[in-house]
Ligand binder design. Structure first.
Ligand code: ARG
Length: 463
């Protein structure tokens, strides 16, 4: 049995049952209920303030909506497909509860500006929660950095041992990435935080509404400036999808490293058992499921971004029903990003670092070769010649099975008589790391400075 529609006046036949289900969005847009109610309450008060509806009608509406909020939160609200979406589910219930007065709420408003408002309000809260979650992850990375300042690990290019770096320096690289992500989020929030309500269906409204007052009540920074644009763009959702894709890209890189590092071959870290699972057949296994899943979920977040971009491509102004399809990709992205950040902050803070294994690996692979070349340059050799000398030295090491710090002075001097006894001060891991003192380098003094700068930023940007 289908009840009559809020928009049923023009229609002579009932909606086909399947079409009703096909066109409905209540299955997924019910998560907007709180924002829909809040927006409607402020709208009703504004209508009364402007003399568009009576004050006591507005109060009845506000109270009715408040009761509906309680019903929904208590799980006592029956969402109905035949009422299509969250807006009409709530409005129809309001009319059911308070009668004809409820029918005054939708004055000077359309579902087109209403849904634009609801999604902006909802996304704004999610943006703030995600911003806080990024702050937690950054704090966890900083803790790991500060707590492991003596740990030296191999730095890689092409996943081949390149130069030794501080483990803390490696953690700080991710602090930079996630700090930029947080900056992008703060930036998109400014464009998101404008009130679209008042655009009506597309052209504005004939009633003397006060958009600025509504904006203030709802903590918006201002109002949107064009009614057609207000109801017909979803670029704020796409910006969020783009921010999310970059964030997930960064998380997927950290995931990949955690997966490698926790393997028996690297054995650089131990992930807490809470973030791993066993194998049903191989008793020895401890699989890094959480980073693997986050790495995998990156794909769906990229997919959601492409869905949103494609959804909006070539749509004529203004509202089109296509745009109802913005919600599932947006919601899925929000859920995925929130979940990924939550597990990551915990996993990083519980991660155990294995300094010995990292140090051993850092010593392999002739990681201080560049330091010998730099040494020769300081003795006056052009860098290219120095590179050649060290290349030969490394070949000698490979052939004799020795590591650079194990060579005797005579062995060094076979390749250049510019090499003197002080070479041994330059080829240790500590010397190699600490020689890189320019801003942004891996020297312990620089890294300590960057940790305190990052801690200050954490205070100012995430408080
Ligand atoms: N459920 C709709 C959506 O999400 C609300 C707006 C409907 N507007 C309309 N003119 N049919 O887009």
């Amino acid at each position: 049995m289908t009840e009559s529609k809020l928009w049923g006046g023009r229609f002579s036949q009932p909606t086909d049952a399947f079409v009703e289900e096909f066109t409905a969005s209540i299955q997924f847009d019910q998560r907007l209920y709180r924002y829909d109610i809040l927006g409607s309450q402020v709208h009703a008060r504004m209508l009364a303030k402007q003399g568009i509806i009576a004050h006591n009608d507005a109060e009845t509406i506000v109270e009715g909506l408040q009761e509906i909020l309680t019903e929904i939160e208590a799980g006592a609200f029956e969402f109905s497909i035949s009422r299509e979406d969250i807006h009409m589910n709530i409005e129809a219930r309001l009319i059911e509860k308070i009668g004809a007065t409820g029918g005054r709420l939708h004055t000077a408003r359309s579902r087109n500006d209403q849904v634009a408002l609801d999604v902006r309000l909802y996304l704004r809260d999610e943006v703030d929660a995600i911003h806080t979650a990024i702050g937690r992850l950054i704090a966890a990375l900083l803790e790991q950095a500060a707590g492991n300042l003596d740990v030296i690990m191999p730095g890689y290019t092409h996943l081949q041992t390149a130069q030794p770096v501080l483990f803390a320096h490696h953690m700080l690289a991710y602090v930079e990435m996630f700090s930029r992500d947080a900056g992008r989020l703060r930036d998109l929030r400014k464009r998101l935080n404008l009130l679209p309500l008042g655009a009506g269906a597309l052209a504005g409204t004939t009633f003397p509404i006060d958009r600025e007052w509504v904006a203030e009540q709802l903590d918006f920074d201002g109002v949107t400036r064009n009614s057609l644009d207000s109801v017909s763009d979803r670029d704020f959702a796409i910006e969020f999808g783009s921010f999310s894709s970059l964030l997930m890209m960064h998380l997927s890189r950290l995931s990949e490293e955690l997966i490698l590092w926790s393997s028996a071959d690297f054995a650089f870290i131990d992930l807490s058992d809470a973030f791993c699972t066993g194998s049903s057949i191989m008793p020895q296994k401890k699989n890094p499921d959480v980073p693997e899943l986050v790495r995998g979920k990156t794909g769906r977040v990229y997919g959601n971004l492409i869905s949103l971009l494609t959804l909006m491509k070539s749509l004529p102004l203004a509202y089109n029903k296509d745009m109802q399809e913005d919600k599932e990709p947006l919601f899925d992205t929000i859920d995925t990003v929130r979940g990924s950040l939550k597990v990551f902050a915990e996993m990083i803070s519980e991660m155990q670092v294995k300094p010995q294994a990292m140090r051993q690996a850092a010593g392999r692979g002739y990681s201080t070769a560049t330091d010998i070349a730099d040494y020769l340059v300081r003795k006056g050799l052009p860098f290219r010649n120095a590179h050649e000398v060290v290349g030969k030295t490394v070949r000698y090491c490979v052939e004799t099975g020795k590591d650079i710090p194990e060579l005797s002075l005579d062995e060094f001097r076979q390749f250049s008589t510019d090499i003197e006894a002080d070479i041994f001060d330059f080829v240790t891991l500590e010397a190699s790391v600490n020689a890189r003192r320019a801003t942004g380098g891996t020297a312990r003094s620089s890294v300590e400075g960057e940790i305190s700068l990052a801690r200050n930023r954490l205070q100012t940007d995430f408080s």
